[in-house]
Each structure stands twice: as structure tokens, then as C-alpha cells.
Design a protein around this ligand. Structure first.
Ligand code: C5P
Length: 230
């Protein structure tokens, strides 16, 4: 990070899978005219590349090489691996599982660090993930840890899958969600946990709009506090 990028505000939104943080983060970014980073997509793209090329998900050296050279781009409202539109492919449950496996490998996390930080561009960035506030943007202007009960999150994922015409099984989704949370929380590197200075937002009984407003209010109060501190 250089002196210029350090002054660009970041709002870090972390939390477990299907907590709604992606939707909330995107809307907060739109409301402020900020850039948006879906860091989970980078782990999903890494897993998808490895799966497509028959590389074992625990082959740390080869998976990290792939992460470092990922031909990924986000444009035209879609996510691309080279020329291929993989927007839907990376959302498959198997790819989410794979992402959580490759995300536990320290060399893979290191390989994705600079790529994530490069998204910090004026006028600001909203970054969504697991370690945005603790590791990648530890100096973020505002940090939020968004949660919801495993049942509420599984229900949200269930609805998304059914709406897209996929079949889904609610008890299996709850079990998958708990397994993924356990792996993300227990890993040695950058585990899923709230930053010490994060606002904890439980959205179990909250709609998206209320969550967006809560994040915007938190950001405004952090900015006011930092101005008063100067
Ligand atoms: O957020 P999403 O469900 O797309 O992330 C997929 C997986 O990528 C997560 O289960 C987690 O293991 C990993 N991840 C991570 N750090 C991030 C974002 C995602 O470890 N910043």
C-alpha cells in the first residue's frame, strides 16, 4: 500500500457464508459510489480453476500458483475466467466447498493478497469476505461483522437455489453451512472472526434494506469520529 491508497476509505464487511453480506456490501457500494470487492469470488475462481484442470485442492504449491496467475476479471455485470463467463459456475455448492478448502492454504491466501488490495481505488471500496477487517484491510475506515443464525442462512440459500430452478434440501444445506463455518473459523490462517473494532450486525430478523442503512450509519459515524480525532 502506498501513501495515496492509505487515504482511500475502505468499508470491510465480513461474516459467514450466506449471511447476506454480498448483497448488503454491493448496495452500500452503490449508495456511496464506491468500488466493490467480492473476495470470496477470488477463492471460488481459484477452486474452479483447480477443479477444471484436475489439480488436487490440497496441492498447496500448484493451487497457489494458479491463484497468483488467475486470469480473472469482473466486467459487464459478470465474472470471467479468461474468455469464459463463470458467474453461475462459481456459485455451485461444490465450488463453495472447494473454495473453503483452498482458502485454508496459507500460500493461496498470500497469493491473493496484493490482488485484493489493488481494488482500493478512489473514491472508496466496500470489500466483502472473511478477513477484510482483520487482515487484508486492517486499517479500514469502518468494519462490520454480519451474521445470521445457520438456519436463517440455510433458508436464504435454499430460496436462492429454488428461484434459480435448482433442487435443494434444507437439512443438507444447514449441515453444509455448519461444516463450512467450522472450517473457516478453525483454520490457522486468517480465520473467520470479527475484528476487535467491528460493528456486530445480526441480520437473522433484519431485511436487506435495514442492514444497508445500519452499515451506512456506522460508516458515517466512523468518519465523523475520525474527523474529530484529527
Ligand atoms: O463468500 P463466499 O461464500 O463466496 O466465499 C467462499 C469461500 O471462500 C468461503 O467459504 C471461505 O472459505 C473463503 N473466503 C475466505 N476469505 C475471504 C473470502 C472467502 O477464506 N476473504
Amino acid at each position: 500500500m502506498n501513501a495515496t491508497s492509505a487515504s482511500i476509505p475502505v468499508i470491510a464487511i465480513d461474516g459467514p457464508s450466506a449471511s447476506g453480506k454480498g448483497t448488503v456490501a454491493e448496495r452500500v457500494a452503490a449508495a456511496l459510489g464506491f468500488h466493490f470487492l467480492d473476495s470470496g469470488a477470488l477463492y471460488r475462481l481459484t477452486a474452479l480453476s483447480a477443479m477444471n484442470q484436475g489439480v488436487a485442492l490440497d496441492d498447496e504449491v500448484r493451487v497457489a500458483e494458479m491463484a497468483a496467475t488467475l486470469p480473472a476479471s469482473f466486467h459487464d455485470g459478470a465474472i470471467w475466467l479468461a474468455e469464459e463467463n463463470v458467474t453461475d459456475a462459481i456459485r455451485a455448492e461444490a465450488v463453495g466447498e472447494g473454495a473453503s478448502k483452498v482458502a485454508a492454504l496459507p500460500a493461496v491466501r498470500a497469493a491473493l493478497l496484493d490482488r485484493q488490495r489493488a481494488y482500493r481505488q478512489a473514491p472508496g471500496l466496500v470489500a466483502d469476505g472473511r478477513d477484510m477487517g482483520t487482515v487484508v484491510f486492517a486499517d479500514a475506515a469502518a468494519k462490520v461483522f454480519l451474521t445470521a443464525s445457520a438456519e436463517a442462512r440455510a433458508e436464504r440459500r435454499y430460496k436462492q437455489l429454488i428461484e434459480k430452478g435448482n433442487s435443494a434440501n434444507l437439512p443438507a444445506l444447514v449441515a453444509d453451512m455448519q461444516a463450512r463455518d467450522a472450517r473457516d473459523t478453525a483454520r490457522a490462517v486468517a480465520p473467520l472472526k470479527p475484528a476487535a473494532d467491528a460493528l456486530l450486525l445480526d441480520t437473522t430478523h433484519m431485511d436487506v434494506e435495514s442492514a444497508v442503512q445500519a452499515v451506512l450509519a456506522h460508516y458515517a459515524s466512523c468518519m465523523t469520529r475520525s474527523k474529530q480525532g484529527n
